[in-house]
Design a protein around this ligand. Structure first.
Ligand code: CTP
Length: 396
């Protein structure tokens, strides 16, 4: 494969040398395109000898070969590592001020960036807005990691290790498009049931698993309709890419309405959201105060079971998938009873506890089919688990 590695002016440029070495080791043809600033950290001879290709930074070099567009046109993948705040801003704005800028504009290949900068710069709203713009355009991101930074401070902004960037490259190059033509509706997050205008009953679901499912399904070619209920913006951003349409809902009642609409268009419906089983029978118009005297008593009414309703009304061939978060030893048996009650085609069972499941980056799931057999098991990152569930659903 033809890979362009853009290197921009950060101290982490030295780690990109190892990345290039790993890519060459895989047998790829690698063209390094540094910025002028990057060459102050690692010089041209290093890049040329390690990539075994000529290295230039300017659009005025090698003009007869129209190098400023040819590199981008011929690339199967463009990686920018490290990607400084300045470069990310330039990418978001579409600047073509050097060879890397023109290459990025001329390419139709997937683009992967590995941001590297100080924590303040990474968290700055300008950088975050640029990242959101790039994500919405389909740019893939690896890192940044948390850890020691140059200057002795520590925090988010450290470039991912070359091995992690290499793994992300492999994932992108091997990307399957096996879900092309399918529409997948996914719910994620946790509903909030209002008590009064300022209070609600909620749950600990972060929405990460559903977001990972949406991202994985879209990367595999599906059109994804994502219903997000109370998901933090920085979590939801991981799903932003071409092919994903996001709708938001607040309470279980709102989510039910949204999901009915999305399910009408979907071939596969995955209910990953944690839905409140009960809501306050009466929502106070005014804030409940101590002035009223005594302790307020709340009474509840049951919410509709959204996934059971969708399963009962499923169209021919439509697959309905539920999640079950269970505690305790007999969690698989409880899950089987739940699958039968809801009559779903697949149930992804997640054993949770105070320190397991909800906010953790990793997850372990078992998959039950409509015969209540365990047809798969996956553990690892939420993205890996998402891909495994999509394999089971699509019969791969
Ligand atoms: N679910 C739903 N509507 C509800 C409650 C749950 O669609 N009112 C869905 C969830 O999105 C999930 C599955 O049902 O896919 C299982 O959720 P869970 O809370 O484990 O199931 P419950 O039926 O609420 O069972 P429990 O009494 O164990 O909470």
């Amino acid at each position: 494969m033809n890979i362009v590695v853009g290197v921009t002016g950060g101290i982490a440029a030295y780690k990109a040398v190892h990345l290039v070495r790993l890519l060459i080791g895989d047998g790829h043809e690698v063209h390094v395109v540094p910025t002028e600033d990057a060459l102050r950290f690692v010089g041209r001879p290093t890049w040329e000898s390690i990539s075994r290709n000529p290295v230039t930074t300017s659009v005025h070099d090698d003009v007869p070969k129209v190098r400023h567009v040819a590199l981008g046109q011929n690339a199967d993948l463009v990686v920018v590592a490290p990607a400084t705040a300045n470069t990310l801003a330039g990418m978001a704005a579409g600047l073509a001020s050097d060879l890397l800028g023109t290459t990025l504009l001329a390419t139709k290949a997937p683009v992967l960036v590995a941001p590297a900068m100080h924590t303040e710069m990474w968290l700055h709203p300008a950088t975050q807005a640029n990242m959101a713009t790039l994500a919405a355009r389909g740019v893939h991101v690896v890192g940044p990691d948390d850890g020691p930074l140059t200057g002795g401070d520590s925090g988010a902004g450290r470039m991912s290790e070359p091995e992690a960037i290499h793994a992300a490259v492999r994932e992108l190059l091997g990307a399957r498009r096996d879900l092309e033509g399918l529409t997948v509706a996914v719910s994620t997050g946790g509903t909030r049931e209002p008590i009064d205008p300022v209070r609600f009953i909620g749950n600990r679901s972060s929405g990460r698993q559903g977001v990972a499912l949406a991202a994985a399904a879209a990367d595999r070619g599906a059109r994804v309709l994502l219903a997000a209920t109370n998901v933090e913006a920085d979590v939801l951003r991981d799903a932003a890419r071409p092919g994903v349409e996001i709708t938001t809902a607040g309470s279980a009642t709102e989510l039910a309405e949204v999901m009915r609409g999305l399910a009408a268009e979907a071939d596969v419906v995955i209910m990953a959201a944690a839905v409140a089983d009960f809501r306050a029978a009466e929502v106070s118009d005014g804030k409940l105060t101590k002035e009223a005297g005594g302790v307020p008593a709340l009474t509840f009414v049951e919410n509709e079971d959204i996934v059971a309703g969708l399963a009962a009304n499923r169209r021919e061939g439509q697959r309905i998938v539920a999640f079950a978060a269970e505690t305790g030893e007999d969690y698989l048996e409880r899950a089987r009873r739940k699958r039968r009650k809801k009559d779903v085609d697949f149930l992804a069972v997640n054993q949770v506890g105070w320190d397991k499941g909800f906010e953790a980056p990793d997850n372990t799931l078992y998959f039950l089919n409509s015969q209540d057999e365990v047809v798969g098991e996956a553990s690892g990152s939420k993205r890996q688990v998402a891909d495994a569930l999509l394999d089971v659903i699509s019969g791969a």
